[in-house]
Design a protein around this ligand. Sequence first.
Ligand SMILES: [Zn+2]
Ligand SMILES: [Zn+2]
Length: 165
Amino acid sequence: MESSRWSFEEIQYLIDNYHIKTQAEIVLFLGRSHTSVSHKAARLGVRLTNSEIQRRAYIGNSKREINGDKNPNWKGGVSQHAYRYKLRQIAKFPERVKARELVGAAIRSGKIKRLPCIVCGSCDSHAHHEDYSRPYDVIWLCRKHHNEEHNRGRSDDSPRDVKFM
Ligand SMILES: [Zn+2]
Ligand SMILES: [Zn+2]
């Protein structure tokens, strides 16, 4: 498991650099393990394109000693859509992204528990924040009811694929 919680700055660094730097560089910069970086990237929905994977494989071959973990989770071929979406989210709603991060970490560490949708009882629920400055003050809603909640009043603020990390 992760040794310590990721700060918002670290997450931003990871997202900003995942497509630019090699994982070894990111690992070095953040002082975290390959596993930790891979898992975090996966949870953030940051994935590499095919050509990037090929380029990495090539770089990996030339410096194999650095590339200790042989099986990073390159599932291949995923577009940069999620990445761009994430960047837009951070740019537009930094508070929201941060609040979701905090909730995700709190759930993983067992501090808070995911509950069923308060409207329909579906277990596929998301943490909805009325106020992002109170990150642990969440309302549990399924995707449908979460969308309804956000669409009430604020039209450009729809959560779409916000199933948090
Ligand atoms: Zn529901
Ligand atoms: Zn919400």
